[in-house]
Design a binder for this molecule. Structure first.
Ligand SMILES: *[C@@H]1O[C@H](CO)[C@@H](O)[C@H](O)[C@H]1NC(C)=O
Ligand SMILES: *[C@@H]1O[C@H](CO)[C@@H](O)[C@H](O)[C@H]1NC(C)=O
Ligand SMILES: *[C@@H]1O[C@H](CO)[C@@H](O)[C@H](O)[C@H]1NC(C)=O
Ligand SMILES: *[C@@H]1O[C@H](CO)[C@@H](O)[C@H](O)[C@H]1NC(C)=O
Length: 609
């Protein structure tokens, strides 16, 4: 269709002539009737009607996409899910994951059929009753007392299997799912045989033997609170509540004086003390920070210890882990060491795709918490942390008191989401790499985001807030890529794969829900188009080994989280009416939704609250 802009003069003439106007109106009506007939005869097999929008400049062309088209897009995601799951069922069930290129299968998460467990709630949301019935059969048969290989990795098992069961229960009310969740929790329980209640890395459910280092990884020892708290609520079993509380107590009594109240990556699970001071929101850390906000939300805003830890963590992250790139002003989050006057934060300037959940989390927090009225939550930033308690690392608390914290969290969310999207838009594939490293000048301290924001504020808050702008994509040609002569991106690719990961899409989804700005949802659609075009195989969807080559290179792997998270967030993002309201549901770190609940008087007595 021609754009109106380039045809202004004829339109003016039409408006001046009633007869012409009548004819035009008549023509439009006929056109609409014909096209609606055309759509009605379109087969329900969606693949053939995927429209091809130009990319990535297609953003503008997408501004006026009608609601019905968004519903068709949701339907296309549902179709993609059926393609992925149908082929898993055909070639790989009851094993864990499908190999989408060779029609093979792999048992990489205990051999109980992780793809089926992880997919249950997505099926329920999509109304896929047949798939759900088959998967439920598989769930009923799984033997949690024997694992292949023998040792069960606790963290992955909790977030995929246990949470998958609980979320599916909350949507279906099939009580067998709670029973299976209890069977699983019992089989894994020897994992907590430590003085602190922080779990070992893995356990053999047949013998109860545990395996793993004494130095645990933050994400793995501290991301079970949502699952165990909800399981306790459903079963009224105080043991599960204790599992969650033991971890929360260990976290809240830890000495964080060198890290400004943020949890470092390594923890001694015997002593419950943090070990070393490496700080990150990416691999090895991510969900532990995420669960602080989400436990507070899940318990209908009653777990205030969790809330305070969330405010501390995000205060330190915003002050010390957010940086801005030298020429494009890309806002990014990186890993650092403990801050010192001499060395600053010692950032690595690596930015991981895994960290792209953070903008969504910050937006969710800004949306659900009165961060602009901290006193309503009985929070005073300087009482939460200061230089007396945290020394040099405590400086940031006072600094943030100069801002409306809701604004600041939303700005950070917006800027980070922009960068996550930009790393996709910059690639010829339209899909983002797993890890980049930002090119910085020598004195990295100058590029702390809060320094830039302070400067903007003290100079009168005129112009754009640093790091929030839309970026023009910089796509290197194949020659520039292979010769390393590309310029103007501000970063280099460290890991070029796209592992069908959800984090960027998750944040686009949350930004869309929280802000209502269609640009986030449109970007979600552009990513889905790239997924369809480049990762789809005859029998599934394949991770990409490289996103920076044209064409990209596929890998024989389809992780279960692609069905649990990536496709679920896309589907919900395109629906007109989202059944998962952000104030009524909480997603675990694998996108399994649990309903917000209140403790009853009976719970309080039973759990000694
Ligand atoms: C739960 O923890 C409380 C206090 O830490 C303890 O008294 C109680 O025995 C524990 N209950 C179970 C069932 O483990
Ligand atoms: C962990 O803490 C325990 C108890 O304080 C200590 O004996 C052990 O050496 C620590 N382990 C490591 C690896 O630091
Ligand atoms: C500093 O923080 C501690 C707790 O971290 C708090 O007890 C104390 O009151 C705070 N000091 C000030 C001056 O707010
Ligand atoms: C959460 O708490 C509010 C106010 O205390 C209450 O009105 C609401 O019903 C609670 N929600 C749930 C799901 O229990």
């Amino acid at each position: 269709m021609p754009t109106l802009d380039t045809h202004r003069a004829p339109i003016r003439n039409i408006l001046r002539s009633p007869r012409l106007l009548r004819n035009v109106v008549y023509g439009v009506v006929v056109f609409l009737v014909l096209t609606s007939l055309l759509y009605r005869t379109t087969p329900s097999d969606i693949v053939s009607i995927i429209p091809h929008y130009p990319k990535p400049s297609g953003l503008d062309a997408q501004q006026d996409v009608p609601a019905a088209e968004w519903s068709r897009r949701a339907e296309q995601v549902r179709h993609a899910f059926r393609h992925a799951y149908g082929n898993y069922e055909r070639y790989a069930a009851p094993h864990d994951e499908l190999k989408p290129l060779s029609q093979g299968r792999v048992d990489n998460f205990n051999g109980w059929g992780v793809t089926a467990f992880d997919s249950l709630d997505t099926m329920l949301l999509m109304g896929l009753d047949d798939e759900y019935a088959h998967a439920l059969d598989l769930v009923k048969k799984a033997d949690f007392t024997k694992s292949r290989p023998a040792f069960v990795p606790f963290f992955e098992t909790i977030i995929r299997y246990l949470a998958g069961l609980l979320s599916a229960y909350s949507l279906s009310k099939d009580y067998v799912l709670v029973q299976r969740a209890e069977d699983l929790a019992k089989a894994l329980d020897p994992i907590f045989d430590t003085p602190t209640g922080m779990p070992f890395y893995s356990v053999d459910p047949e013998t109860g033997k545990t395996l793993g280092p004494e130095l645990g990884i933050l994400a793995e020892v501290a991301s079970l609170q949502l699952e165990y708290t909800y399981l306790a609520k459903l079963t009224q079993n105080v043991e599960y509540w204790n599992r969650s509380q033991a971890v929360m107590n260990t976290l809240s009594s830890a000495n964080l004086e060198n890290t400004g109240g943020m949890f470092p990556i390594q923890w001694n699970i015997t002593s419950g003390k943090p070990f070393a001071y490496r700080l990150s929101v990416g691999a090895q850390a991510d969900s532990a920070h995420e669960y602080l906000l989400k436990l507070y939300l899940l318990t209908n805003k009653t777990d205030t210890a969790s809330l305070e830890m969330y405010i501390r963590a995000t205060t330190h992250i915003i002050n010390n882990l957010l940086y801005i790139s030298p020429t494009r002003n890309l806002l990014y989050v990186t890993d650092t060491d403990m801050p010192t006057i001499e060395r600053g934060n010692s950032p690595s300037h690596i930015f991981e795709h895994l960290s792209c959940f953070l903008p969504g989390l910050l937006a969710l927090g800004a949306h659900t918490l009165p961060l602009d009225k901290l006193h309503e939550m009985n929070i005073d930033l300087e009482k939460l942390g200061n230089e007396t308690t945290y020394g040099y690392a405590g400086k940031g608390y006072k600094r943030l008191k100069n801002y409306n914290l809701k604004d600041l969290h939303m700005w950070a969310a917006e800027g980070l989401a922009q960068t996550c999207w930009t790393t996709y838009a910059d690639q010829p594939s339209g899909l983002g790499p797993d890890e980049i490293v930002i090119s910085t000048a020598k004195n990295s301290h100058a590029y702390l985001w809060m320094d830039a924001v302070d400067k903007w504020k003290t100079s009168g808050a005129r112009g754009a807030i640093p790091g929030l702008a839309d970026h023009k994509p910089v796509v290197y040609t194949e020659y520039q890529r292979s010769h390393g002569t590309g310029k103007g991106r501000d970063y280099q690719i460290r890991k070029a794969g796209y592992l069908l990961r959800p984090e960027t899409i998750e944040s686009l989804y949350l930004m869309w829900r929280v802000t209502g700005d269609p640009k986030w949802r449109i970007r979600g659609w552009l990513i889905f188009e790239a997924i369809e075009k480049l990762t789809k195989t005859r029998t599934g969807y394949a991770s990409l080994l490289r996103v920076d080559t044209d064409p990209p290179i596929q890998d024989d792997s389809m992780p279960s989280y692609f069905l649990a998270e990536t496709l679920k967030y896309l589907y919900l993002m395109f629906l007109a009416e989202d059944p998962i309201k952000l104030d009524k549901w909480v997603f675990n770190t694998e996108a399994h939704a649990f309903p917000v609940f209140s403790w009853t008087e009976e719970d309080r007595v039973r759990f000694n609250l």
